[in-house]
Write a protein that binds this ligand. Sequence first.
Ligand SMILES: NC(=O)C1=CN([C@@H]2O[C@H](COP(=O)(O)OP(=O)(O)OC[C@H]3O[C@@H](n4cnc5c(N)ncnc54)[C@H](O)[C@@H]3O)[C@@H](O)[C@H]2O)[C@@H](O)CC1
Ligand SMILES: [K+]
Length: 536
Amino acid sequence: MISAYTGTQVREAEQPLLAAGLGDVLMQRAAHGLANAVITELRARGHRLYGSRVVVLAGKGNNGGDGLYAGAFLAARGMRTTAVLTGGAAHPAALAAFRRAGGRAEKLDGAAQDGLAAEAARADVVIDAILGTGATGGLRGDAAGLVEAVSRDLAGADRGGFVVACDLPSGVNADTGEAAEPVLRADLTVTFGAAKAGLLADPGADYAGRVAVVPIGIEEHLPGPALRRLEPTDLGRILPHPARRAHKYSRGVLGIVAGSTQYPGAAVLACRGALAAGVGMVRYLGPPAVADLVRQACPEVVCSDGTVADNRVQAWLVGSGMGPGDHEQLARAADAIASGLPVVADAGALPALPSRLDPHVVLTPHAGELAALLTRLEGRDDARFGDRDAVEAATLDAARKAATLTGATVLLKGPATLVAAPEGTVFSQADGTPWLATAGSGDVLAGVIGALLAQAGPGVWLSRSLGISGGGHWTVLAALGASLHGLAGTAASDARSGGPVTAGAIADAIPQTWGKVSMLSNSGASKRNSHSQPLR
Ligand SMILES: NC(=O)C1=CN([C@@H]2O[C@H](COP(=O)(O)OP(=O)(O)OC[C@H]3O[C@@H](n4cnc5c(N)ncnc54)[C@H](O)[C@@H]3O)[C@@H](O)[C@H]2O)[C@@H](O)CC1
Ligand SMILES: [K+]
């Protein structure tokens, strides 16, 4: 599991080492890690080190110091290294080391801006070391102008160079992932001590590119993480596995209230997602015409047009493919939410939620649906997240706010899908491909999460194995579903040589993805035993 922290948490963890006089040691470790990452990337791209051109954009604080020391390491390896000092001053010891190693330093002023920007855009590597965790707000003045010019020149250049952000892309908020533009888009972010939460939540994740963590010795001083990410090996450890004497009821039954005469396909895709994700049985409740379609596509599903109370299940999925006019389906959704059982509430169920929910209700909005939900809860005049753009500009805050206001577990779909619990646990999963943004993909996801809720019951054992306590265990199940769905979509695209995927193809790829991640955890026998406990 990847653990990520706020900038403040990381800075506090540095304090004991700074107090012990190890500030320069920390900076050297950071800079060394950054330089090594640049060298690895250059080699991977087929560049020779000797003579390669590096431009370091260096601010006046310690982030600039890291960049200048890294530049000194690279200059010592024979690379042609220029530093653009964006803040007038620079970290004195790092600048002296940079010059001693043969680096050339230029002060940024308005007149030199265009020439220096063009030089950066022609370089093999640009290191963005203007602002780090000590920044408040974004780039200003000449530094902002420089970054705008470099971004413009890079966009127009046909080149093999790349951008590496030092600790975080300058202007990205380490805590929230909000971006104060202009921000230089990085191919790689080399971050120090621990991943920052803002690098794993959009839009920060979008600016950061790939993220590599360089340990600098602060790990033992870090508190509990602000945000977590499951890795495929974690999935292998925590996915349920049926016990030898399991039967379809003990494996978990999921009730699905989804689809309408207008969107019948959503019901089919939700059922396919659930069946692919290991549930013992699916019961479908909906209009007879939709039920016919479900039976044809998935003969395994038991269909009825009865009530929620008539159907014994371990969890419900409600809302996919339903609209405001589907009164009978909405009444069933309300009964399911009131049942006290775990529920996934998707799409059409979201506008009809009661004002107060519990963490065992997992909401699965996209950014537009979350904006509508928050606007309804906050009142139109107070709404900070009044539209899709506002949610996409601050995904982490928006997801957290929705969890706090509703009391539910909130899964915000996106390139980095966030799952937030009211008690503060947050997961970010980015296992998918942009091809996952296809009609019906969300219905499959809702089915997968519903299946996991039905199998895991309260799921407490899952969260304990990850060190998570309290109501946060519902986030584990939702994050598990998001990850499985993302990995399956990626596998389906890979099987098509990176081409497009349909929602049905995502569902079809889930069982094999499940099998593959299970094999990643190589303690096969002990895993089976540990997961053969009763799955309600
Ligand atoms: N504290 C430590 O011991 C370590 C810090 N490290 C590096 O140091 C960074 C933090 O360094 P600093 O605290 O010096 O701060 P930064 O280098 O992040 O911030 C830039 C400096 O400019 C000023 N500033 C703040 N906001 C600004 C803005 N919007 N525009 C222009 N200037 C602004 C601040 O006064 C600050 O001194 C980390 O991101 C990391 O790269 C690493 O070297 C590891 C060890
Ligand atoms: K930076």
